[in-house]
Design a protein around this ligand. Structure first.
Ligand code: NCD
Ligand code: ZN
Length: 372
């Protein structure tokens, strides 16, 4: 794949530390929440990412164009204007596909540029998915409308069949629900969100109209990290972090340079009061250090030359946006995760006193990020 000169790693140059320049990244799947949590986390996402595809799983879900327009304004209000010389942060809104979704309203919202994609949650699969669907192929009227409007479908690909093992549920959903939809609606642009398994990687490769987003935590961890050395509620998310073999397939896909793959952090903050309980809520808050985590994965894979494609170019290509004109430089500051000398926070606290643990603190110590 063709790479910009700036994207080429300068690691080899005169034996210095790995260092590269990339266009400002985008986040093609993020949960910004609302109220005090929104105020705490949205500026963090906006500090790094130019475009952010904002998930609609609020309570109640964002399912009308008016609700999406209001939510977008709340996001812009807490983020504020960009600082001197910086491009503005652009939240891109998505509609929650429920059986009650009003196709006329969907069309008007799309024509008005209020939302740019529709999100399907299997009811009960994850946080605030209760209003989702019980069968994707049964949503034919919406899928027809999406094809006609040229809006992409975003899919949380996880079966809710309780007889299927939790680690097999992505494959089960893809086989039973998304494969027939991809066959019956070949014009529909689909993103399999937060792909978590080798089966998901193969599904994307097998379907030309299907692309995949991958999270920092699915690239960095496997299920042994989740449970082998004490149960880690902070690593619990949906889809569940899967096997080492699955992680290997995800790293190979992300680092390949193929336009099929792009970053969607799935940053999903939950307060510690909802994590350290007898039933932890699924979701990992990684927005502050998503970029260093992914850089570290690419560094270890010897693939820094493809980092810019994954974090800054491929998603723009899929969703039809020009990549950012801003650049940043990433430099690995020490082998073996030495400190940059700057204090690295390990949590954020909202104005109403809720603490949220941050994923990726070790990687944040390894990478210095400078805006150019
Ligand atoms: C997300 C959340 O908390 O909103 N949780 C998660 O584990 N990823 C919902 C989702 O995207 O599944
Ligand atoms: Zn999500």
């Amino acid at each position: 794949m063709e790479l910009g000169t700036e994207a080429r790693t300068q690691a080899a140059a005169v034996g210095g530390p790995p260092s590269l320049e990339i266009a400002r990244p985008d986040d093609w799947h993020v949960h910004l929440r609302d109220d005090e949590m929104l105020a705490a986390v949205a500026p963090i996402t906006a500090a790094t990412f130019r475009y952010a595809l904002v998930m609609p799983n609020l309570v109640p879900p964002i399912a009308t164009a008016a609700a999406a327009a209001d939510y977008r304004q709340r996001i812009l209000d807490v983020v504020g204007p960009p600082s001197e010389g910086r491009e503005p942060f652009v939240p891109i809104m998505t509609a929650y596909l429920s059986p009650e979704l009003d196709i006329g309203d969907l069309r008007r919202g799309a024509e008005a540029g209020i939302w740019r994609a529709v999100k399907y949650y299997p009811a009960g699969a994850t946080t605030n998915s209760e209003h989702g669907g019980s069968s994707l192929p049964a949503c034919g009227a919406v899928l027809d409308a999406l094809c006609e409007m040229g809006l992409p479908l975003l899919v949380h690909a996880e079966s809710t069949d309780p007889t299927i093992d939790i680690f097999d549920r992505e494959r089960a959903f893809l086989d039973a629900e998304l494969a027939p939809v991809a066959d019956a609606w070949p014009e529909l642009a689909v993103t399999v969100e937060h792909v978590s398994t080798r089966a998901g990687v193969e599904f994307v490769a097998d379907h030309p109209q299907v692309r995949g987003s991958i999270t920092p935590h699915h690239l960095r961890c496997d299920r042994s990290d989740l449970v082998a050395n004490g149960l880690r509620p902070d690593l619990y998310c949906k889809p569940i972090i899967n096997s080492a073999d699955d992680r290997e397939a995800l790293v190979a896909a992300a680092t390949s340079g193929s336009p099929d793959w792009f970053l969607g952090t799935d940053s999903a903050p939950h307060p510690t009061s909802h994590k350290y309980t007898d039933r932890a809520k699924p979701g990992i808050f990684n927005a502050p250090f998503a970029l260093p985590v992914v850089a570290e994965v690419f560094h270890r894979a010897g693939a820094l030359a493809h980092l810019e494609a994954f974090v800054s170019l491929n998603g723009c290509g899929h969703y039809g946006y020009p990549p950012s004109g801003e650049k940043l430089r990433l430099t690995r500051v020490a082998e073996g995760c030495g400190s940059t000398g700057e204090p690295i926070p390990d949590s954020v606290v909202t104005a109403d006193g809720q603490q949220v643990i941050i994923f990726g603190v070790d990687e944040a110590r390894c990478w210095r990020i400078e805006w150019l």
